[in-house]
Design a protein around this ligand. Structure first.
Ligand SMILES: Nc1nc2c(ncn2[C@@H]2O[C@H](COP(=O)(O)OP(=O)(O)OP(=O)(O)O)[C@@H](O)[C@H]2O)c(=O)[nH]1
Ligand SMILES: [Mg+2]
Length: 432
């Protein structure tokens, strides 16, 4: 009831904002969002405040001295280079950390067969008024409720704009065969998922809901379904709000108008939520990665009233080679030396993501290949959000003769391997 009231209070402004944003996008077919003016540079005095992230991080410079003295990392600002230690409270990502055993336990849980148990296209009361103007016209809606069958089971939902990567992330959480059997596929076409789809792993008391998207490519009546579901579903324990890295790169690190409106909606329904930065494999550099997470944090701080607790970073691609500066941010010695608070896995960059990957492998040319970055962390997060006991699954991990998930990344070993591969490559080059 309280949720409904809160929703009623903001539904109209949200719908208006969605209308404005979607109509603007629809007005010029194929138009890309106009780039906002560059944010002003921030004087270092402002950066000292631990409450707000910086509004500019253009580039990070890393200087690693040859004499093994402590390296320095600086960020250029209008007041000169700012040592990165000063930025620690601002640029570090507060996130839950999981032990390797917990991550393995979560993967083990999701490694079992999962099913699509229900698809819902419309919720009672029937939707009569379009809430996402600018979207295409509606097919005849089939009205149904989620039903008593699924009542009482804690659930989490994947919310995000069309094409944000919701279905792909869910597919990455499950085994290939479960995802195939459940018909869970990602699609290049925005608006591919047209219903609320409830998935369940075995008979465990946990449902993961893949939602239809909002924004460009969505349909009018979906907005009402999304709002009603978020506001009224008492089983909903946590919302995972997905923002794709390509969309942030396109808009020069600004959230789209409709994403901001949805952030306000999510905040108003008072369901805890977690932001997920998806498709991190397309991010071209460490500084772009920092600016993506920074943009999300800024909006979470400004608008989410402390409800959105963290930013998880994921790629649904099974293997990625980040193009980031491996030596700068993945080097544990370096990481340790730059400041007490700035150590893995809190650090942005490769250190953070590789710590979240199931496995990191060094290729012959020294490139690092990460397997399923962020996926096990999302699995563990979901288990915690729905009250599953990770410890119960940890026990099973140790009893398994061959754990399905490879051991967690050893950054030191990775560093040694990178050095070895690079020396080998150099030698081969000299010989040629
Ligand atoms: N590079 C890259 N592409 C991705 C990733 N995740 C999803 N994609 C692609 O993004 C597109 C959209 O993915 P979906 O999972 O269908 O997105 P969605 O949010 O479910 O979209 P709707 O169902 O339309 O709301 C597909 O072409 C995917 O292959 C990722 O981690 N990396
Ligand atoms: Mg989908």
């Amino acid at each position: 009831m309280a949720r409904s009231k809160a929703l009623a209070a903001i539904a109209r402004p949200v719908a208006d904002a969605l209308h404005a944003a979607t109509a603007a996008a629809a007005a010029v077919p194929g138009a890309t969002p106009t780039n906002p003016p560059s944010p002003p540079s921030v004087p270092s005095g402002v950066l000292e405040s631990a409450l707000r992230p910086p509004t500019t991080i253009n580039e990070i410079r890393v200087h690693v001295p040859t004499d093994r003295a402590a390296p320095t990392i600086t960020i250029p600002t209008i007041d000169g280079d700012l040592p990165v230690t000063d930025l620690h409270p601002l640029v570090s990502t507060p996130r839950r950390t999981y032990t390797p055993a917990q991550l393995q336990a979560a993967s083990l849980f999701f490694g079992r067969p999962a099913n699509l148990v229900r698809s819902v296209t419309s919720l009672d009361p029937p939707c009569t008024e379009p809430e996402f103007p600018g979207a295409t016209s509606a097919p005849a809606a089939e009205h149904e409720t989620v039903g008593p069958y699924l009542g009482g089971v804690p659930e989490v939902a994947f919310l995000g704009a069309s094409n944000a990567g919701k279905s792909s992330l869910l597919r990455a959480l499950m085994t290939k065969s479960s995802a195939k059997a459940a018909g869970l596929v990602g699609s290049q076409r925005a608006g591919a998922t047209t219903s609320l789809n409830f998935y369940r792993v075995m008979h465990d008391p946990l449902l993961v809901v893949d939602m239809m998207g909002y924004g460009v490519g969505s349909r009018r009546e979906w907005g009402k379904v999304i709002e009603t579901y978020l506001a009224q579903r008492k089983e909903l324990k946590r919302i995972y709000w997905l923002i794709s890295a390509p969309s942030l790169l396109d808009t020069r690190f600004e959230l789209a108008e409709y994403d901001r409106a949805v952030l306000d909606l999510v905040t108003s329904v008072r369901v805890p939520f977690t932001a997920v930065l998806t498709k991190i494999d397309v991010i071209p550099s460490t500084s772009a990665f920092l600016r993506c997470t920074d943009a999300l944090h800024r909006d979470l701080l400004d608008r989410a009233q402390g409800l959105g607790d963290t930013v998880l970073c994921t790629s649904a691609k099974s293997k990625i080679t980040p193009q980031w500066d491996v030596h700068a941010l993945g080097d544990p010695d370096l990481v340790r030396s730059i400041g007490p608070g700035l150590k893995p896995p809190v650090l942005h960059g490769l250190g953070l993501v590789s710590a979240m990957a199931d496995q990191a492998r060094v290729e012959d040319d020294g490139a690092v290949l990460l397997t399923r970055p962020g996926i096990a962390a999302v699995q563990a997060h979901i288990l915690q959000a729905t009250g599953q006991k990770l410890a119960r699954w940890e026990g099973k991990v140790t009893r398994l003769a061959t754990p399905k998930v490879p051991p967690a990344v050893d950054l030191m070993a990775m560093k040694r391997e990178i050095g070895k591969a690079q020396r080998k490559a150099k030698k081969a080059k000299r010989r040629r």
